[in-house]
Ligand binder design. Structure first.
Ligand SMILES: [Zn+2]
Length: 382
């Protein structure tokens, strides 16, 4: 389970088991390792993005009325109780670029400021938007709960665009084959659309997969008629050597698995029998993780993924040991808060937030609330 009851506040993020004394629940995204304990009988309010609510509701049968949806980059004010006192909690969801609907959370009270990344893939937009949270003019982050999936120096990954191009190149090399693409139930939509667009071919999916794709966005790249295309998307876990052997008994076929799980030992495409393993992940590589920590500059770091064991073959892997980043925090470069060149076309976080002030949030009993020197947000009232 990759969720936590926070040590600092009565808040659970991606954690729906053993939640005694938790007053507020948050969900960063709908992947199964972040929703354990969440079932159709769940009763408490869960705060997440609209798309995560749709996906979690579809996948797990959780009632839609359980979800309190948050817009990205809006400042929300909630309350919790500390003994007999009512305490104010500011919450902002920021894009995480991990999978559809995914977000990070910023929690801020009078006493603490926490950035909880969940699963995250840092990119230019994330750093541009985040400047208004962790920039040098802002209150320092006390605790960073960070995506430590690949917190190991050996974990290197190429930029996603290179991996996309590599997969398309492999498809082009095998135009006489049926091609099976191993994907997660959600999270590889951008890759599938890119493949379909670049190759000018539809991708065959199951009816269940099409339902998920319909929730996420445009489905014009897909078909549920498996005879209409020789490009097939299928669950990654089922794309095995024995499956490919079976396919090759009747036709020429290859499999492609985009995965980061080999990134600690191999940094380029590997072919085993009929399956290509292409390094691609929507988690930060080790260098991306160091950059995220350096830029956000927290006082303290805690791992989102607990435990010391990693993937197969990572015997000495200790991704939960955050002391390995002490040198990154102490060496934070004051003059360079953004690792990327600032995009001249990007809206600032402030600009985006101002443009959404007063927008209908689909929440009953809301009222606008001013926050000094900050974008205006809304208050939830139970
Ligand atoms: Zn995930």
């Amino acid at each position: 389970m990759n969720g936590h009851v926070l040590d600092e506040l009565p808040i659970a993020v991606d954690c729906f088991k053993n939640t005694k004394n938790v007053q507020l629940f948050f969900l960063t995204h709908a992947h199964s390792d972040h929703t354990m304990g969440l079932t159709s009988s769940w009763q408490s309010k869960i705060h997440c993005t609209e798309l995560t609510a749709k996906l979690a509701s579809h996948r797990l049968g959780v009632r839609r009325s359980c979800f309190q949806t948050l817009e990205l980059q809006q400042d929300y004010i909630l309350t919790f109780r500390n003994k007999n006192d009512s305490c104010i909690l500011h919450v902002t969801a920021l894009p995480a670029n991990h999978c559809p609907g995914s977000c990070m959370f910023v929690f801020e009270t009078d006493n603490t400021k926490i950035l909880y990344t969940g699963d995250v893939k840092p990119n230019r937009q994330l750093y541009e938007i985040g400047k208004d949270v962790w920039g040098l003019d802002n209150r320092k982050i006390d605790v960073l709960y960070v995506d430590n999936t690949y917190a190991e120096p050996a974990c290197r990954l190429p930029p996603p665009k290179e991996a996309f191009d590599e997969i398309i190149r492999i498809c082009q090399l095998h135009e006489d084959c049926s091609i099976f693409l191993g994907v997660y139930w959600t999270g590889h939509e951008d890759l599938l659309v890119e493949i379909s667009t670049k190759l000018g071919r539809l991708i065959a999916v199951t009816r269940e997969h099409l339902k998920v794709l319909t929730l996420v966005g445009d489905v014009t790249c897909f078909t549920t008629d498996k005879y209409e295309s020789d490009l097939h998307a299928m669950p990654m876990g089922r794309l095995t050597k024995s499956f490919m052997q079976e396919m090759n008994e009747t036709e020429k076929a290859i499999g492609i698995v985009p995965t980061g799980r080999r990134c600690h030992k191999n940094h380029s495409t590997e072919r085993e029998d009929c399956i290509y393993y292409v390094p691609l992940s929507h988690h930060p590589s080790y260098s991306e993780l160091c950059e995220l920590i350096r830029v956000t500059g927290p006082e303290k770091i805690k791992p989102v993924v607990s435990g010391s064991c990693g993937y197969e073959g990572m015997a000495s892997y200790s991704r939960a040991d955050m002391s390995q980043f002490n040198h990154v925090i102490s060496g934070r470069c004051q003059a360079s808060p953004n690792p990327f060149t600032i995009l001249t076309t990007a809206k600032s976080a402030e600009g985006v937030a101002k443009s959404t002030v007063g927008r209908k949030c689909g929440i009953r009993n809301i009222r606008k609330k001013s926050r000094s020197a900050k974008p205006v947000g809304v208050v939830f009232e139970d």
